[in-house]
Design a protein around this ligand. Structure first.
Ligand SMILES: NC(=O)c1ccc[n+]([C@@H]2O[C@H](COP(=O)([O-])OP(=O)(O)OC[C@H]3O[C@@H](n4cnc5c(N)ncnc54)[C@H](OP(=O)(O)O)[C@@H]3O)[C@@H](O)[C@H]2O)c1
Length: 341
């Protein structure tokens, strides 16, 4: 009989208020082959994707394990692994098509993991990978923003949803790149958090955005990064984007988006989905290792900070249900992490 491990999974996709929306389970401990590393999980984070996958789907025959952010210690490595050895401390998001990180041990492809920032604890590191990969790919790749401060002089970015998980790292990266950062936040706590994490200005996403920008003396912004309700913010984004500007969204929508509205401005719209590289095994999948290594460098050199705001202890169904509830509230500031005891 193979070795067993504890995990948190689900058989039925239920509202989080139901007792068995997440359950403690025992499953086979996986083994690492090929490019996989087996990681002993120290801490995980919960993202909106966990709640979306939990709420959507058929009944499962095997427990479905969620979790798309982790920090831990390499336990063993597959025969083709060249980046890591047992004992290395790593952090990563993983991929949506494989079992998630909410388990004692977890397999991940080495090409999408990196050494964790040396100056952070496991829980501080676990807050970062998914949101950092998303923000990095969106800013530097999809929007094509330069990493060079001088090139970005005089350029501006509007970040819609600046105090949430992705917003908290995106505002820091955009500030660090020398852009003028306008973040949106609707409550005093989120305004303060966004301004403390790189937003030069804040405006309220519950009110029309262009007049608030004009009040700041800003007619148009060069870039928009949309982290909430793409369709709801569409008309505002069309009006606020500069001629030849670029808009990136990470939030799927069932509504039709009127791309023609961007034609006169020759403005671009692009999606970012941080699972694209590992999901499609693109040739450049290893870029995610490089991005996480760059994030670690920026953390260790104090250019940016972890976005951890709350830690729950005990990697079990009860604590993960608590974390899911908080994320589902839509009022997250920074990131919530669940650490193993
Ligand atoms: N495509 C991808 O690869 C990818 C990656 C990560 C996340 N996502 C998606 O991106 C979204 C954001 O993720 P997240 O982790 O940043 O979420 P989050 O941490 O839960 O975001 C919470 C923030 O959203 C803000 N917010 C609430 N309603 C808003 C509205 N109508 N307009 C603008 N902001 C609003 C809140 O600010 P106030 O409290 O001030 O209202 C709060 O601070 C989620 O839908 C998630 O699934 C996609």
């Amino acid at each position: 009989m193979s070795e067993q491990m504890n995990a948190v999974g689900l058989y039925k996709h239920l509202p989080i208020s139901e007792d068995n929306s997440l359950v403690d389970v025992t499953v086979d401990k996986p083994e690492a082959f090929g490019h996989d590393i087996l990681v002993k999980i120290q801490a995980v984070s919960v993202n909106p994707v966990d709640t979306k996958v939990r709420a959507n789907g058929e009944e499962e025959q095997e427990p479905k394990i969620l979790g798309y952010d982790a920090a831990g210690i390499v336990e063993s490595v597959g025969e083709e692994v060249s980046s890591f050895k047992p004992g290395d401390e790593v952090y990563y998001a993983g991929v949506i098509s494989r079992p998630g990180t909410n388990s004692e041990f977890h397999l991940v492809d080495e090409r999408i993991a990196a050494k964790k920032p040396q100056t952070l604890s496991f829980r501080e590191a676990a807050a970062l990978p998914l949101t950092s990969l998303t923000a990095w790919e969106a800013l530097y790749e999809r929007l094509g923003i330069s990493e060079d401060k001088d090139t970005n002089k005089g350029k501006s970015i509007l970040i819609i949803g600046a105090a949430g998980g992705v917003g908290s790292i995106a505002t820091q990266l955009a500030y660090d790149a020398g852009l003028t950062v306008i973040g949106t936040a609707s409550r005093q706590e989120t305004v303060t958090w966004a301004e403390d994490h790189g937003a030069h200005h804040t405006i309220n996403h519950r009110d029309p955005l262009p007049p608030q920008l004009r009040d700041l003396g800003i007619e148009h912004v060069d870039y928009i990064f949309c982290l909430s309700s793409t369709a709801e913010h569409w008309d505002n984004m069309v009006e606020a984007i500069a001629p030849q500007g670029k808009i990136c969204s990470i939030v799927e929508t069932e509504n039709q988006l009127d791309l023609t509205a961007l034609q006169q401005k020759s403005a671009a719209f692009v999606w970012e989905f941080m699972f694209t590289r590992p999901l499609f095994q693109t040739e450049d999948v290893q870029e995610q290792q490089r991005i996480l290594a760059r994030i670690a460098e920026k953390i260790d050199s104090n250019s940016i900070q972890t976005t951890l705001t709350e830690t729950l202890t005990g990697l079990n169904a009860k604590q993960l249900q608590e974390a899911h509830k908080k994320v589902e509230s839509g009022k997250m500031i920074g990131k919530i992490v669940v650490e193993a005891e």
